[in-house]
Design a protein around this ligand. Sequence first.
Ligand code: AMP
Length: 585
Amino acid sequence: MAPPAHRTTAPRGGLLRNLPDYEAARTTFTWNQARAELAGMPGGRINIAYEALDRHLDSPTAHRTAIRYLPREGDPVDISYRKLAERANRFANVLAELGLQPGDGVYCLAHRMPDLYAAALGTLKHGCVFTPLFSAFGPEPIRSRVEIGQPVAIVTTERLYRRKLAQWIRGTPSVRHVLLIGPVEDTPPDTLNAAQAMAAQSPEYATRPMDPEDRALLHFTSGTTGKPKGAIHVHEAVVAHHITGKLALDLHPEDIYWCTADPGWVTGTSYGIISPLTNGTTMVVDEEEFDAERWYRILQDQRVTVWYTAPTAIRMLMKHGPELARKHDLSSLRFLSSVGEPLNPEAVHWGRDTLGLPFHDNWWQTETGGIMIANFPGMPIKPGSMGRAVPGIETAVIRHTDDGIERIEDPAETGELALKTPWPSMFRGYLNEEERYRKCFVGNWYLTGDLARCDEDGYLWFIGRADDVIKSSGHLIGPFEVESVLMEHPAVAEAGVIGIPDEVAGETVKAFVSLKPGFEPEDVLMKEILALARKRLGPAVAPRQVAFRDRLPSTRSGKIMRRLLRARELGLPEGDTSTLEGGKE
Ligand code: AMP
């Protein structure tokens, strides 16, 4: 039996909700209508950056603050829609002068800074394909993603370039240009100071009208096996970015919106760059990493109205207790939302008790490009549930059968979450991996790799993953990527990597290794292996613990049985590995 639903509080701020009646919207919504809310370009063409910036420039929005940038120290910097458009135009002109062609890949490895946004939008304006990379990645995840996606240009900072790229990037034939954003003290050879190059360019640029099916974004994600997968998204995706921001996050042009997701991941792009701009809001961008006191101060001082964050951050705030929150005036907040990992009911209640508003959980993944399931504003929240399907999206919980899949009707039964295709932000492929892509679909259903249950009221409940990927602090980690690095250590014979529950991060990465003959399972060796992993993978991906085993459980063909490792580690029955048939590679 599902726990009782809670009514959301009445909207603050005197704004009418964008989705006053969920049931009505489910029957009347069409994607064509959603598309009609955007400007589009002549001849049925479209460009994400045109919708985010250009179309506002003939309206009063041009003078509104698009980005309120909070540097680590010092005063906030306001960048208007017009100024951001001009900066993006300058960047697009730089790409044009460097000879980049539409379809060419531009990667960005940088922490939050204004020119990251100009680079992303300028890349899209020029018809190039934008890929964000998480700046806390070590050299190895960066290198593998560069090898797979073969970008023509990389945008980064001087510091990140020296620490993570300089040693190997010149041996990568596709990369013809490295552009450095942010302060550059001493331009390294073969790199370009982006600010200088942009200053020499015109602030005008005629945004390229793109075919709706032209590639716009390449986002990397991880599976159970093999290398990272590059999920391809097209310009048409902006229709979903826009409308889901409007309906599920209730974005209004009056809003001061803060998405805490890092722009190195898909949430930080879809809802940290594109959707807030298409919806004409002011977005807060904080250069600093999590700090409870700083975060409350931002909510208070910037008068944030809509806040989109993640369970790990909420749990970290909860650990600081309600007193810290109550020292701040948080009365500007009117809508709180969370994504990326299961949001436990306590966090929903804590929001309501401490911040005066409940958190609205929503669900999506890199492949879906935008929010698919949400606790919508105005709809009763069921704490612990991800919510209901976005209007225009049909969900099903399915079981695998001998000849395909079938829908599970029993609200008590768990199955794999499936989404009926198509929708505008659906990924259009895994780069160069047609077979892997094809395997994600049965008929016109996309199989998500997540296990869920659907209750009598159509609310979906997340149960777990059907595969072995790990979610740590909201970041998806592929065990294979970690195991491959561990195997590089001369002492390691076998490696198996799993996620183990963690009170704050959701899961942390734990590695099991067996050693080659002649090596002893000693503390100093363990530290050496951990240090190697940290150096190569970066702290966000590297295991926190390494345990030695004489042998790792494996199938007859030699595949490490991670689920058995996990069951043994957590004391679960070995037959019950909490997963079903299915799951993604
Ligand atoms: P990513 O592709 O990195 O955005 O990760 C997507 C995965 O994160 C999903 O397939 C889920 O396993 C997990 N996830 C995202 N949102 C939620 C949520 N609201 N509740 C539980 N798990 C979630």
